[in-house]
Design a protein around this ligand. Sequence first.
Ligand SMILES: [Zn+2]
Ligand SMILES: [Zn+2]
Length: 312
Amino acid sequence: MGTSKQEELVFLGTGAAWGLPELNCPCAICRDMRAKGERRRRTALLLRGEFSLLIDCGPDILTQLEESRTQRIDAVLVTHEHGDHYIGLDELFVFKRIMPRDAFQAIPTYMTDQTWRIIKQRFGYLETMGVIKVHPVCPGCWFTCGPYRILPFDTDHGDFARGSVGYLINWRGPKPFSLVYTSDFMGIPEIHSDLRNPDYLVIQSFWLNEPLQNRPHHMSFQNAIGFIEKFSPRNETFIVHMGDADKVPNDPANNMLKKYDPRDPMRPPGASEPYPVPLNHSQWQKVVSKIMSDRGLPYLVRVPYDGLAVPL
Ligand SMILES: [Zn+2]
Ligand SMILES: [Zn+2]
């Protein structure tokens, strides 16, 4: 495997399960994003160098691959059984269709047995027809995928996604790096020492503030801070899978099912008013940087936008 090419991490999508702005949603967040022409498609990542590793494959995948000019997928990691993370697997058929007959090699696709048991009910034919080749992974067991060494680890995403995992990805090229992707979660049973101090951490911030009721088992930025400290990434943390479920004070749309009251919203030191709920990309970046610096935390947190490519 050649190792000369610079590796980069591409944020194909950075939004939650229905993307942002959400269809027909009248809330302050979606209104502001529409006005600014901002969009967050379903969260998926691409590690790209000599090898092309797709991490999660949701319903926006064709648009995402087209916009990122992705010509090849060498392998796929799937984190869990929810539609926004796998429903695009069927679209990978396009890579087979443009090859000469019998020339295509099924795309190695990694996930836990538990996850595949669920996904197989719908997409078993993708394996039968040679579009993907599923390799079961087990949490705590390293495996090799192209130029990467990968460690899946257990994540707690509630009873409705029991086989959920995150992935630690190590690359030992000329400029080695390690990256942890936690995907959707509300807890991690055990943070193994191998997972600590990665160069990069990608973590979910579905809400800014932890809601009164954590449904449906996601991570808020408020809780993510504790995990950032535990993982203690060396270079940078990226937050993804942003939603619009935080209530924005005085927004008439707060009565929608998806809107949650905060449990104990974060406030600047000595202030009575909480930090403002971010409506758009630049407000997200501003508020998370302020929160980290107000708390004296030495971690750089970046808010990616769709299409951002970060050289590693
Ligand atoms: Zn999700
Ligand atoms: Zn999920």
